[in-house]
Design a protein around this ligand. Structure first.
Ligand code: ADP
Length: 315
């Protein structure tokens, strides 16, 4: 079009840039009068900040002109995925080392030191706990990666909230004698539309955090109530709480509140990101609050479904 004719490409494509781009391939397209093979490069556009794979080739147009053919494929998502994977790997590999060291150390000790059963028991418990920590980390990691790559498919169905709470209680109760898990039964029949496995991951991550960040023990309370068209699930603990100004940030990928001054609690900063991603795939929301009396509450709002006799659906 008239806007383009006679103007250098960098002015139009790169937003009125002065002078050729540093990555320009123009000089490589024709050498000694001979057309060269295509040049392939990855370029970030200054105008829209997106990444492109550019394939440039000089060619003779049928009307006799020597023209430059440029194919630009938007690879922004691919680039972001690559960056995400790098960050994920470095965060997770660091977090994996601690439980793995414990598993290797304790199992080696048990192999080389035959102990009476009652002395083995506490060591076996540590082994189990650390292996379990590793397994949760890997599950979260894989699920998040599948979500980011849009490879996670959900099976939406009416799911009874009490069933999710019961499962979380079953999973976590035996692991921590210092904590009491309470389910408020007033929301017993409430039913949300969602993927049971995905929703279980949200609840499990919240309950696991509630325990993890209450190192002195206490109660963890799970409730559900209907507000408008939504069911709001909540998990409340009596733990260390979240400092002022941090409640909005903790859902960001790899974000962890610095807790070195309080108690060193391990983690990769993925659990809440995963919970938020799953909630948003369910058209839901997730948020946190620090309670004045101590501890914190995490809320998840999900679309409600009215199903008669819902309690029989998933228990
Ligand atoms: P991780 O626990 O692996 O660090 P999460 O994404 O689950 O990652 O949590 C992010 C951060 O949010 C944690 O590092 C912690 O500081 C804070 N957090 C999460 N849950 C709680 C909780 N129940 N009480 C206090 N802080 C919490």
């Amino acid at each position: 079009g008239p806007d383009w004719v006679g103007r250098p490409c960098y002015e139009i494509m790169q937003g009125n840039q002065q002078g050729a781009c540093s990555f320009c391939t123009k000089d490589q397209l024709v050498k000694d009068g001979r057309l060269q093979p295509p040049c392939v490069s990855e370029v970030r556009n200054a105008r829209n900040q997106r990444w492109y794979q550019c394939i440039s080739k000089a060619m003779w147009w049928p009307d006799g002109r020597l023209v430059r053919l440029e194919i630009a494929i938007d690879i922004t998502e691919h680039k972001e995925m690559e960056r995400f994977k790098d960050e994920l790997l470095s965060a997770v590999s660091h977090e994996m080392r601690t439980p793995l060291t414990a598993v290797l150390g304790y199992s080696e000790f048990l192999m080389n030191n035959p102990l009476p059963t009652e002395e083995q028991q506490p060591l076996m418990e540590i082994l189990y706990r650390e292996a379990d920590r590793l397994s949760t980390l890997i599950n979260n990691f894989l699920h998040l990666q599948r979500l980011k790559a849009r490879r996670e498919s959900y099976d939406f169905q009416p799911t009874v909230v009490a069933g999710l709470f019961d499962q979380a209680k079953l999973t976590f109760e035996s692991r921590s004698p210092k904590h009491t898990l309470i389910i408020d039964r007033s929301g017993e029949m409430l039913t949300v539309l969602g993927d049971p496995e995905g929703l279980q991951l949200i609840v499990d991550n919240l309950v696991s955090n509630a325990i993890k960040y209450s190192p002195a023990g206490g109660t963890v309370t799970m409730t559900a109530e209907k507000t408008g068209d939504e069911i709001v699930l909540s998990v409340t603990d009596q733990g260390i709480g979240i400092p002022q100004g941090e409640t909005g940030k903790i859902f960001a990928q790899f974000y962890r509140v610095d807790n070195t001054d309080r108690r060193q609690v391990g983690g990769a900063g993925l659990g809440l990101t995963l919970a938020q991603e799953i909630a948003s795939k369910h058209c839901g929301r997730i948020w946190a609050r620090t309670n004045p009396e101590g501890g914190s509450t995490f809320f998840v709002a999900l679309p409600a479904v009215a199903v008669p006799g819902a309690s029989a659906l998933r228990q």
